[in-house]
Design a protein around this ligand. Structure first.
Ligand SMILES: N[C@@H](CCC(=O)N[C@@H](CS)C(=O)NCC(=O)O)C(=O)O
Length: 307
């Protein structure tokens, strides 16, 4: 398989770690485009149409926004459906991890005792820019919505039950599913913080499972610039996926729409709705630097409005 897969990401991004490991597990060669951890990202926006969360995956001129739809895109690209093998329950566990468990870990890593480890590496100007960027990202729904003690208690409660229930190599079977990657990246985020890493120590079965996940590695990766990624989009033709269509409220296939995350980073992306399924919403757009692209979003967690 040629490396027409570009991941736009930055090293400490936990959702990016989910996809880096998935690329390693699936054996997909990929190009790494390192982006800044805060906006603006002028060479990425032509591809996403304004979507600003990290990471974004580009396969030729198809651009996948959000790790749920990146997973769907990689499954289609590889033809390997094993990540979805355990079915509905594994997908719901992944959804819980990417929302509730994620917010719990953000509350842990952003509590005053723990955030110093991260902030001490930044200059005062960088700290101010980071805080302003994340305030804009979270808008009316603060990223830290749980008090520190409640976050620690919830985290311990989840980990006690996870540790007890790990009877197979992975959460649902002897092969990993979407649930493993989604739970893993949240715990990886905690492990990266020198103050919070000790919260994982009591859980031996979790540690063994995390080691099995980490062993997938990041696979066959080579560096690329944002300019190269844009040039690749420009020379590629977007591919319309074959989807089991689903009717969306208030909008028809072929109409102009906007697609906006419902939680945070609520930047509307405008385009023509070309397909929608239970898993995906696909817009056709064009931008001078990228040419014609198809931008994919998950169905769950996004608002589609007539544009
Ligand atoms: N639901 C999204 C969440 C992505 C997310 O929140 N990513 C963080 C970084 S790990 C982010 O976007 N931070 C702000 C930024 O990078 O601009 C997904 O699954 O991709």
């Amino acid at each position: 398989m040629s490396a027409n897969v570009y991941l736009h990401h930055y090293p400490p991004s936990l959702f990016s770690e989910k996809i880096r490991l998935m690329l390693g597990y699936l054996g997909v060669p990929w190009r790494s485009v390192e982006i800044t951890s805060i906006m603006p990202r002028p060479l990425l926006m032509p591809l996403t149409g304004g979507y600003r969360k990290t990471p974004t995956l580009q396969i030729g001129a198809n651009v996948y926004c959000d790790t749920a739809v990146i997973t769907a895109g990689l499954v289609r690209h590889t033809g390997n459906r094993s990540l979805y093998a355990p079915g509905f329950v594994a997908e719901r566990v992944a959804e819980w991890a990417d929302s509730t468990l994620f917010r719990t870990t953000v509350a842990l890593n952003f509590r005053p005792e723990a955030i110093g480890a991260f902030m001490s590496r930044l200059s005062p100007e960088e700290v101010a820019a980071f805080q302003a960027d994340r305030a804009e990202l979270s808008g009316d729904a603060p990223m830290v919505s749980v008090p520190p003690d409640a976050a620690i208690n919830a985290f311990n409660a989840y980990l006690i039950r996870l540790d007890e229930s790990l009877s197979r190599k992975f959460l649902f079977a002897d092969e990993p599913s979407v649930a493993d990657f989604a739970v893993y990246h949240c715990l990886w985020f905690v492990a990266q913080n020198s103050v919070n890493a000790s919260l994982l120590e009591p859980y031996g079965a979790v540690a063994d499972w995390m080691a099995r996940m980490a062993a997938f590695g990041h696979g066959d990766v080579s560096e690329a610039t944002a300019e190269e990624a844009l040039a690749h989009a420009l020379e590629s033709t977007p591919v319309a996926p074959e989807l089991a269509e689903m009717t969306l409220q208030g909008v028809a296939i072929g109409s102009e729409v906007t697609v906006t995350p419902t939680d945070y980073g609520k930047v509307p992306v405008a385009g023509r709705l070309v397909a929608a399924s239970s898993a995906e919403i696909v817009l056709k757009r064009s931008a001078e630097q990228a040419g014609e692209v198809m931008t994919h979003f998950p169905n769950i967690g996004f608002q589609v409005s007539a544009g």
